[in-house]
Structures are given as C-alpha cells and as structure tokens.
Design a protein around this ligand. Structure first.
Ligand code: FES
Length: 84
C-alpha cells in the first residue's frame, strides 16, 4: 500500500488543500483505478506552509498541489511506484 499524505494544516487548507484536496484525491485515485492501492493520510502541518497545498508521496514532498494537478501527479508519481 502506497502512503500519500495530504496536509490538513491550516495554511494548506486556506490555500485550497486540506479536506477539499483529499476528497479530490480520492476521486482521482478511483478514476485511475488505484484507490485500493493507496492509503491517504491527513497529517497536520508538514512544515512547508508557504508552499501549500502540500502533498507527500512515499516520502517525497510536492508543493502547490491543486485538484487539477492530480491526474498528472498520479500518472507521474503514483502509478510508477505502484508497479515497482
Ligand atoms: S499547513 Fe501544510 S505545510 Fe504547514
């Protein structure tokens, strides 16, 4: 199971991240057919507030992640890790 963290901190949430981004992530993972292989986790502040919304995939941070970025992020950063 691949772990993906979607920051739930106040700053990331105010930039459009948080629960809204997490829900969009869930939908995008379902659309990609890999929702059952990815565990979404919602940590508190990940220490990069000014770069939010922040996401961490298998330990690597991604910044300024918006819902429209998710299909590309999943294709480039999640699908290859699932096939390793
Ligand atoms: S609130 Fe998301 S990194 Fe600080």
């Amino acid at each position: 199971m691949l772990r993906v963290q979607v920051c739930r901190g106040m700053m990331c949430s105010s930039y459009g991240g948080g629960r809204r981004l997490e829900q969009a992530f869930e939908a995008a993972l379902r659309a990609a057919g890999v929702a059952d292989q990815v565990e979404l986790i919602a940590p508190g502040c990940m220490g990069s507030c000014s770069e939010g919304p922040c996401v961490r995939i298998a330990g690597q941070k991604f910044y300024h992640v918006n819902p429209e970025d998710l299909p590309e992020l999943i294709a480039k950063e999640i699908l290859p890790r699932l096939s390793e």
